[in-house]
Structure formats: structure tokens, C-alpha cells
Design a protein around this ligand. Structure first.
Ligand code: F6R
Length: 248
């Protein structure tokens, strides 16, 4: 799997944002919508800042962009400061010209009884928009992409999943303690991510070095869901030097 290693997170984020901008512009030229798969967490923050700068200073328009976020904690109120709905508005959507009805973030308020149908509909909605042109990903220390924790299958679809205990511990700082971290999440499946025409996975910092090595260099297995990406036809890992420090 190809990996590009950048000297700083800022340089890496600028490269990723420029790739996103060029897909958006290509589609604009063709008069078509651009369908983006988006991630949350700490990793994509610098990419979103750069996209906002491109919008404000270089007139990049998001009018033709449709977005689908990977995941949301469950249960989770949209208005909660920890929700990914709130995060996306805060760090991107409120600062660009994307039409509201073209934004999709899984709904952590959906009732338990309707959740299976809701997940199916989320999956169908991606397909009916023509599929994801570009999916951006972070990676969890469990090897998750989206919230596809170890054990997730290659053909998995959007669904409710129980979070791994390491993922919950890593989230504890955002929730003022482990006890407040939701035990579940709605996530696109590995299979959903796989249908994207192009995938960029980003990882920064020493804390990701061990799992990046496993995903890139060890054989594919469901114990490290990100390792499945080795089978994708158009995937790139974008790393900073510390995240790449354990690679052969
Ligand atoms: C978030 C997501 C997760 C994160 C991963 C890394 O939407 O899907 O897979 O990308 O947990 O999180 P950070 O970036 O906070 O290290």
C-alpha cells in the first residue's frame, strides 16, 4: 500500500486538503456533485482548517459537495458538545457554503427499534448519490477505521457496533471520564468504505506508529480492520514522521 511521509502535520494536511479541493473542482467542471466521506476526531482537524482557508481565501465552493460522515456515538444527542454532528458543524460545515441538505452525519438520536432500517437507509443514500468519490480516514489504536473495531468483516455495512475498551479509554478525555463514554456507535462498515473510489488514511504522532505498521506491513486480518485497505485499488496512507517511525 502506498504511504507518503510528510515532515509536518501541517504539510500533510495541506496536501490532503488540496486533493479534496481538486476532486471537488473536477466534478464542478463536469457539472456533477462530488461525494465525500468524512472523518472526525483529532486527525482531520488541520485538513478542515485548510479547507476553510481555501473557501475563504481562494473561493473554493462546496455548493456541489455531498458529505457522508463515517460515524456517530450511540446514543448521542445532536446538540451534545461531544457529538460528531456538533463537531462537524463547529470545525467545518458552519464555515463553508455547503447546502445543509447535502450533509449527512449518522443520527445518534434514532430509536433502538428503527436503527437497523436507519442504517440501511444511510447505506442506500450513499449509493443513490453515486457512491463516495473520496473517503478520508483516521485510524484508531485498535486498528479501527470508522468505528469498525477488531472483528469487523470486509463486507460489513453501516450498523450499530459496540466500542472496544481501548477506543473508549482513548475517548475518555473528551467525555470527562470513561464512565461517560458511550458504549456503542453507528458506523459505516468496512464494505461501505471499500466502495469509495478513492481512500486517504491519515495518521499523526508516535502513538499511531505501531498500528500503522500493522495495517501496512502485516497480513490482512479482521484483528486490524485497517489492514483490509491493502486490498483497495486506490488507497494512500498519509503520515507524519513519528507515525511512520516503525515502518520497515
Ligand atoms: C472518526 C473515526 C475514527 C477516528 C480514529 C482516530 O470519525 O472514524 O476512526 O478516525 O479513532 O481518532 P483520532 O483522530 O482522534 O486519533
Amino acid at each position: 500500500m502506498p504511504a507518503d511521509i510528510f515532515l509536518t502535520v501541517e504539510k500533510a494536511a495541506k496536501w490532503v486538503a488540496a486533493e479534496i479541493a481538486s476532486v471537488i473542482k473536477e466534478k464542478q467542471k463536469l457539472g456533477k456533485k462530488c461525494v465525500l466521506g468524512l472523518a472526525t476526531g483529532a486527525t482531520p482537524l488541520s485538513v478542515y482548517s485548510e479547507l476553510i482557508r481555501l473557501h475563504q481565501e481562494e473561493a473554493l465552493s462546496f455548493q456541489n459537495v455531498i458529505t457522508f460522515n463515517l460515524d456517530e456515538y450511540y446514543p448521542m444527542l445532536k446538540s451534545s458538545a461531544q457529538s460528531y454532528n456538533h463537531y462537524m458543524n463547529d470545525v467545518l460545515f458552519h464555515h463553508i457554503d455547503i447546502p445543509k441538505n447535502q450533509i449527512h452525519v449518522p443520527d445518534g438520536e434514532v430509536s433502538k427499534i428503527t436503527i437497523t432500517g436507519y442504517c440501511k437507509e444511510y447505506e442506500n443514500r450513499i449509493d443513490s448519490c453515486g457512491g463516495l468519490d473520496l473517503q478520508i480516514l483516521g485510524i484508531g489504536r485498535t486498528g479501527h477505521i470508522g468505528f469498525n473495531e477488531p472483528g469487523s468483516q470486509l463486507d460489513s455495512k453501516t450498523r450499530l457496533i459496540m466500542l472496544d475498551s481501548l477506543t473508549r479509554r482513548d475517548a475518555a478525555k473528551d467525555f470527562n471520564g470513561l464512565n461517560n463514554v458511550p458504549k456503542a456507535a453507528i458506523t459505516m462498515g468496512v464494505g461501505t468504505i471499500f466502495k469509495a473510489k478513492r481512500v486517504i488514511l491519515m495518521a499523526w504522532g508516535e502513538g499511531k506508529a505501531a498500528i500503522v505498521k500493522k495495517a501496512l506491513e502485516e497480513s490482512q486480518c479482521d484483528a486490524v480492520p485497517a489492514s483490509y485497505l491493502q486490498r483497495h485499488a486506490d488507497v494512500k496512507f498519509v503520515l507524519d514522521v513519528p507515525a511512520a517511525s516503525e515502518l520497515a
